[in-house]
Structure formats: structure tokens, C-alpha cells
Write a protein that binds this ligand. Structure first.
Ligand code: PRP
Ligand code: MN
Ligand code: MG
Length: 181
């Protein structure tokens, strides 16, 4: 099959930068949740890489659960229409919930998700995202743990896809124009 590298235009966040920032965030989370068990909720599919690496960098007791929601479909624009494709297995009553995301773009997915999880009686709900696009925000969300702010360009890699491809690229990058044509 064709080499992924020919489709990459520019690397925005390297593997080393991701690993080092996730270690810092994990240390912050460990300190903030000292003595508490955390229910980490990964938002499929984009958050798989962040979940896997963040969870291994944590020293706290965690339960890992997954939710699948989708607002993008196969395109590059957020529709704002959030669908639950898979709900959590866990009961959130009195749990400390930490939502883990790969990216906050418009913020529409997450603002819907926070409200949804808050309605289930948790002790707390916080958010950890690897990437955030401040210029794309359509709603204001209080995000406690942010890896990197990135410019308002379409990015792929480390879980982020374009038409379900490029999730396995180990860094965060923009795509060459020929990919879109
Ligand atoms: C992407 C990304 C976030 C969301 C951010 O998921 O992983 O979950 O969009 O967009 P927003 O802030 O504008 O709502 P997507 O819906 O593409 O599903 P995926 O994770 O399966 O790729
Ligand atoms: Mn996603
Ligand atoms: Mg997607």
C-alpha cells in the first residue's frame, strides 16, 4: 500500500512533544485526584491514542470506559449533531469522571457530552484534551487539562482522522493538498 508519509504536509506536534506533554498532564491529574479513583472516559474513536498513553502515564487508580459519539461523519466540518453510537458501561453515580479527547474543535461535541454526563449524578466531570483549536470555538467550555493549542487547520494523526484514515500516524500533522483532491 501507499506510504503515509507522502500524504503529510507539515508536522505540528511531534511524537516526543506529545509524550512529554502527556507526562506533565498525568502528573497534574495525579496531584489533583490524590486519594480518589478516576473514571476515565475515552471518546471513540479519536481518543484511543491519548487514552492509551495518558492512562499509562498516570499513577492513580483508574477505570477506563468508552463512549462513541460522532459529530463529523466522513467530512471535515462539525455538524453539531451528536449521535451516541456506544454508551458507557459504567454507572456514573458519585464517580470522578475525566473525559479524554483528542481534539476540541468547535466544542459542540464536548459541550453536549459534558451536559449529558453531568445529568447522571457524578461527583465531578472534568476534561483532558490533547489538542484545542481556540479560533474554531463555537461554545465556551471549561477545559482543565489541555495539551496543545493548535491553529484552525484540519489536522490528522495520533487518533485524528480524515475519512477514517491517518489515525495511526504517530504525530499530529496537516495533509498535503493532493489528498483532498
Ligand atoms: C472529532 C474529534 C472530537 C470532535 C471535535 O470526532 O475526535 O471528538 O470531532 O469536534 P468539535 O469540537 O467540533 O465537536 P469525530 O466526530 O470526527 O469522530 P471520531 O473521533 O470517531 O473521528
Ligand atoms: Mn472524536
Ligand atoms: Mg473524526
Amino acid at each position: 500500500s501507499q506510504d503515509l508519509g507522502t500524504d503529510i504536509e507539515r508536522i505540528l506536534v511531534t511524537e516526543e512533544q506529545i509524550a512529554s506533554r502527556l507526562r506533565e498532564l498525568a502528573a497534574d491529574i495525579d496531584a489533583d485526584y490524590a486519594g480518589k479513583d478516576i473514571l476515565v472516559v475515552g471518546v471513540l474513536k479519536g481518543a484511543v491514542m491519548v487514552m492509551a498513553d495518558l492512562a499509562r502515564a498516570l499513577h492513580s487508580h483508574v477505570t477506563m470506559d468508552w463512549m462513541a459519539v460522532s459529530s463529523y461523519g466522513s467530512g471535515t466540518q462539525s455538524s453539531g449533531v451528536v449521535r451516541i453510537l456506544k454508551d458507557l458501561d459504567a454507572d456514573l453515580t458519585d464517580r470522578h469522571v475525566l473525559i479524554v479527547e483528542d481534539i476540541i474543535d468547535s466544542g459542540l461535541t464536548l459541550s453536549w457530552l459534558i451536559a449529558n454526563l453531568n445529568s447522571r449524578g457524578p461527583a465531578s466531570v472534568e476534561v483532558c484534551t490533547l489538542l484545542r483549536k481556540p479560533e474554531a470555538a463555537k461554545v465556551d467550555i471549561d477545559v482543565k487539562y489541555v495539551g496543545f493549542d493548535v491553529p484552525n487547520e484540519f489536522v490528522v494523526g495520533y487518533g485524528l482522522d480524515y475519512s477514517e484514515k491517518y489515525r495511526n500516524v504517530p504525530f499530529v500533522a496537516t495533509l498535503a493538498p493532493h489528498v483532498y483532491s
